[in-house]
Design a protein around this ligand. Sequence first.
Ligand SMILES: NC(=O)c1ccc[n+]([C@@H]2O[C@H](COP(=O)([O-])OP(=O)(O)OC[C@H]3O[C@@H](n4cnc5c(N)ncnc54)[C@H](OP(=O)(O)O)[C@@H]3O)[C@@H](O)[C@H]2O)c1
Length: 257
Amino acid sequence: MDLGLADRTYLVTGGSSGVGLATVRALLDEGANVATCGRDADRLKSIGTHERLFTAPCDVRDAAAVREFTGAAAHAFGGVDGLVNNAGQSRMKRFDETTEDDWRDELELKFAGVLNPLHAARPHLRASTAASVVNVNAVLAKQPEPRLITTSAARAGILNLSASLARELAPDAIRVNSVCLGLVDTGQWTRRHAAAGSGLPYEEWQAELAADRGVALGRLGRAEEVAYAILALLSPRASYITGTSIDVCGGVGRGIL
Ligand SMILES: NC(=O)c1ccc[n+]([C@@H]2O[C@H](COP(=O)([O-])OP(=O)(O)OC[C@H]3O[C@@H](n4cnc5c(N)ncnc54)[C@H](OP(=O)(O)O)[C@@H]3O)[C@@H](O)[C@H]2O)c1
C-alpha cells in the first residue's frame, strides 16, 4: 500500500539515534522530505547525507532554537506536513531519590518537547492538506512504574495533553496521536546495560529484562517496529484517526484501553 508520504515533509525531533533515527530512515525510504534535530552535532552528522534530509543541532527545550530549526526546514522543503515529537529520554529514579530539579527538568523536557515543536510547526501544519502530529510516549503513561516516577507522571500528562490537542487542532484538520512504547532496543538500553555492569552479554541481559518486565513477546522491540506505527499515523491514509494512541510494547501493557 502506498502510504502517501512521498514528497511531503516531516519533522522528527531526536533523529540521531534509536526510534527517531529509524523513523527518519523509514520516511526517507518512502520518498518523504525529513528534517531532524538533536543536541549533539556529531551524532547528527553520523546519520549521513541525503538530498531529502535536513539536519540541524537544536535542543527541543529551547523555544527560539526550535523556531529557527522549523523555519529553516520549512524553507528548505516548502512546508511541513507532519511532526514527530520523539526527542527525550527517561529518568530512572524512585520517589526518595528524586530532587526538585529532577521533577522540574523531567516535566520541562517532556512538555517543551511537545509544545515547542508544535508551536513552531503549527502555521505550516495548518497549510498542509494532510497534517499529522505523532507524540512518542510510553506505556508508563497508563501503567506507572515507581522506579521511573518522574517519567511516568510526565508521560501521563503528555498522553492527556495529546487528547486535548487532538480536539483543539481538529478544526484546522491537524490530527494528533501517540505511540506508547514498552521496552525498545535503542541507545537508552545499551547505556543502561553498560551502567549496570552485570557482566552478562547484551543479548542475555535483554532477555532477562524482558522476562522481568513481563513482556508477552519475550524480547525488546526494535526501533523499526516503532517507526512503522509512526508512519502509519503520519500517513494521509490515517485521515480519520485522531486523539488515540497505539501501544508498541510486545504485550507489556496490561490495561484494556
Ligand atoms: N527505548 C525505550 O525503551 C523507550 C521506552 C519508552 C519511551 N521511549 C521514548 O522514545 C523516545 C526515543 O527514545 P530512544 O530510545 O530512541 O532514545 P535514544 O536512542 O537515546 O535517542 C534519543 C534521541 O533524542 C535526542 N534528544 C534527547 N534529548 C534531546 C533534547 N533535549 N533536544 C533534542 N534532542 C534530544 C538524542 O540526541 P542528543 O542526545 O544528541 O540530543 C537522540 O537523537 C524518547 O522520548 C524516549 O523517552 C523510549
